[in-house]
Design a protein around this ligand. Sequence first.
Ligand code: PAF
Length: 305
Amino acid sequence: MQTVIIGAGAMGCLFGGLLSEAGMPVVLLDVWRAHVQALTRNGLSVEWRGKTRTIAVQATTRAAGLEAADLVIIFVKSGHTAEAARTAAELCAEGGLVLTLQNGLGNADILARIVGDERVVAGTTAQGATLLGPGRIRHAGRGPTVIGMWRGGNFQKALQVADWLNSAGIPTEAVEDIRPVIWNKLMVNVGINAITALTGIRNGQLLDLPQTRALSRAAVEEAAAVARACGVAVAEDAVQRVFAVARATAENRSSMGQDIDARRMTEIEMINGAVVRRAAELGMAVPVNQTLTALVETLQAHYPS
Ligand code: PAF
C-alpha cells in the first residue's frame, strides 16, 4: 500500500517510522525543511524505553512528483487539515483512502468535504510520541488504534487498512461505527487538555485538587450530554475514564499544554470548541466548555511576539 503521511510531527514520524521499519513504502511530507533534511540524511532516531534506534525513512517538503498513494495519513495539527486535505486529494490514487488519527472532532468532516465521503477513514490512537528535535522522536507509549469508515463507505477498506497497520506492528482494530470511539477520546481531551494548558500543570496534577477535578468533570459531563443528544452512545463512566487517563499519563504535559508552552496554536477549536459548536446547533448550553475555549483562544491570540 503506497502511503504518504502528511505532517511529520511526533505522531507522523512514529507511524512513518514503524511502517518503514516493516518495509512498507511510505513517504513523510512536511514543510519543516531542517526536519526533513535530518530525516533524509540521518534517518529517524526513535528513543524507546531508554534505547535509541535509527530507521531509514523517505521524507520530502514537496508533494509534486510523488507517486500516487493508496493511503494518505493526516497527522497535521487541526488548523492545517483543510490544506492537507487538498494535498491528499491530489495525491490519492483512484480508490485511495485518507486516514485521520488527529485529536478532536471535525477533522474527518473537513476531509470528507474535500476528498469525498467514501474515501475517509477516521479513528483514534493511543500510541504516544514526543518530538525531540529535527529527525528525533521519543516513542512515549504503545496502545490500540481503532479506525472505521467515517461516512459509510466500504467497511472492507477499513479492514484492509487495519490489516496493513497490524502487519507493521501497530495494533489496530476496524469497527463498523467509529463515532462513539472518537467521542470517547474527545472527552478525554475535553477533560484534560484545556485545564492543564491554562494552569501549567501536568495531567496527573489535575486530580490533586477538588477544584480541577470538578472543572474537568463538568466539561466532560457537558460533552457527554451533547454526544448523547447527537445520538452517540458514549461511555456511562466517561468522567472516571478521563480521570484514569490523567492518572495513567500523570507525568505528561498534555499536547495542548505543550502547544501553549511553545507558543503554538492549539487544537482547542476541534476539542472543547467542537463541543460548543455542536451544542449551539442543538440549542444546548455548555458554559464550562465555552469558558475553557474562550480562555485558551485568548491565551493563544496574545502570545508575546
Ligand atoms: O492530547 C493529549 O495530550 C493526549 O491525548 C492525552 C491522552 C490527554 C495525554 O496527554
